[in-house]
Structure formats: C-alpha cells, structure tokens
Design a protein around this ligand. Structure first.
Ligand code: DGL
Length: 275
C-alpha cells in the first residue's frame, strides 16, 4: 500500500564533474527508494580554480538542466559550488528544497571528537572559508585551518589514488599536518574520499578523517521527510546519469567514484541541450 504523501519525483544531484558520484553513492545507500537524476558538468570541470562569478553562472546552468526533470529537491554535491553559489541557486529555485555539502560536512566534523579541524578542498572552497565560517558559527573555540589540494582532482580522475605520485602530493600538501596533527581532517572536495586510505596512512592514527557525503545523504533524508517528499518505500530507486561532455573511459571513472564493480553497468548520457 502506498503511504500517504509519497513523492516519486527524482532528486537532482549535480557536480562539476563525476566526483559528485561519491555523494550519489551515499544517497543510494541511505535512501534506496529515491530516484536520482545526476548531472556532471564534465565539459567545464574543474570549478575549483575559477572565479566565484563563473562558479555561480555554471551552477545556475546545472540547476536549470535538473529542473527540466521536475526534480523535487536539489543537492549541490560540489563543495566549490556549495561554498560559493548556494545563495544564488536558492534565489533561482525559490521554495524547492536545496542542500549543499558544506553544512552537513561541518556538522559531521562538529560531531567528531576534537576541536582542531583541518579542511582540505579546492582553492575556491578554501579561499571562501565556508567550512570555517559554519563551524566557528556553531562554536568559536574550534581551531580551524584550510589547505587547498588542487592536484588531488586530476589524480582521482586518472585513477591514481596511491603510490609514489600520491605520496609526493601528500608530502607537498599535508606535511604540516604530519608535523602538527589536527584532531580531524575534513575532506571538503568530492574527489578526496578516493584518497581517504592514503591520507589515513600518511597521517598519525589519532587523526579522524571525515567526508561530507554521508552526512549530506542524511541531511537530504531529513529534508525530504520534513517536506513530506519521501518516495514510496515500495519502489526501488533508479539513477540516471548525465554529463555535459562524454569521452571514452567515462564509465570506468564513474564506477570508481560509485565504488561499483567493473561488471556493473553505469550508463552516462550526454546532457543536451545544455548552454
Ligand atoms: N567538485 C569539486 C569540489 O568538490 C572538485 C572538482 C572541481 O574542482 O571542479 O569542490
């Protein structure tokens, strides 16, 4: 029997590229009945080094694509978009429920033990101080530091998540954290969960590593509940994936972010029309 008020319209999730599939994976696990439309703006990735104005303009294009699918809620899985463009998106979409990943990620960090938090992210995210602002708003006694780690993004896209090159990059960015370890490292970028193990091995074992994907899924679940928009528990949710540019090997990269096996079929379609 269908419960009262079930809403089977899809949730729209978008990112600058395929990294946001780490959030899709968490959402599918937490909300298996929800349908998902995913957009990766692969033609214009990365967003992390762009000006706030450009990130906002790109984010609005992404949202317009999702709105064509009559989505009931939107998740900005991209940390850079969440840091720089959430208010702009909110203005555009009016009452449609929206979450980014910053607030859920900040709350996940606050719930962990310790007050010294290092945020790793793109230049855009780190320069915006978005995580810092959220966390210090809750409790000004936290000690925050931000480190931009731009090279992790192309490495993840290439499937290089361990080995000597990664060790060199860890040394480049995280040496200060090894010398003076924080309590918590917050992975403030869609791509960084792929380096979780390498980062954990590099830093002392006392450091807790957190990412925002799972807390974003929990946040979405709460948002759908509050708005009485949950999908019917009788349906198995589907996911449809779109990208603004398709190149060979995309399905392989997508599977990596979804943590799917090589035999799982992941079909990515070209997002068209797109500005
Ligand atoms: N999705 C971006 C983020 O989470 C990383 C990739 C990019 O720079 O666009 O900030």
């Amino acid at each position: 029997m269908k419960p009262y008020n079930c809403d089977n319209r899809p949730v729209g999730i978008f990112d600058s590229g395929l990294g946001g599939l780490t959030v899709v994976r968490a959402v599918q696990k937490a909300l298996p009945h929800e349908n998902i439309i995913y957009l990766g703006d692969t033609a214009r990735v990365p967003y992390g080094n762009r000006s706030p104005e450009t990130v906002r303009a790109f984010a609005l294009d992404d949202v317009e694509f999702l709105r064509k699918w009559n989505v009931k809620a939107i998740v900005a899985a991209c940390n850079t978009v969440s840091a720089l463009a959430l208010d702009t998106i909110r203005e555009r979409i009016g009452g449609c429920p929206l979450t980014g990943v910053i607030l859920p990620g900040a709350h996940a960090a606050i719930s962990a033990k310790g007050k010294r938090i290092a945020v790793l992210g793109t230049r855009g995210t780190i320069d915006s101080k978005a995580y810092e602002i959220e966390i210090l708003r809750e409790n000004p006694s936290y000690f925050m530091q931000g480190i931009a780690c731009p090279l992790f993004v192309p490495l993840a896209e290439e499937g290089i998540t361990n080995g000597s090159i990664v060790q060199g990059v860890l040394e480049l960015y995280l040496k200060p954290l090894k010398q003076t370890p924080p309590d918590i490292v917050l992975l403030g970028c869609t791509h960084y969960p792929l380096f979780r193990e390498a980062i954990a091995d590099y830093l002392p074992s006392t450091v807790t590593i957190i990412d925002s994907a799972h807390s974003t899924a929990a946040y979405l679940a709460q948002m759908l509940k509050e708005n009485q928009m949950e999908a019917s528990p009788e349906q198995a949710g589907f996911a449809q994936y779109y990208a603004t540019d398709l190149t060979p090997g995309f399905d392989r990269i997508a599977r990596r972010f979804l943590n799917a096996s090589n035999t799982d079929s992941v079909t990515i379609r070209l997002a068209s029309p797109f500005p």
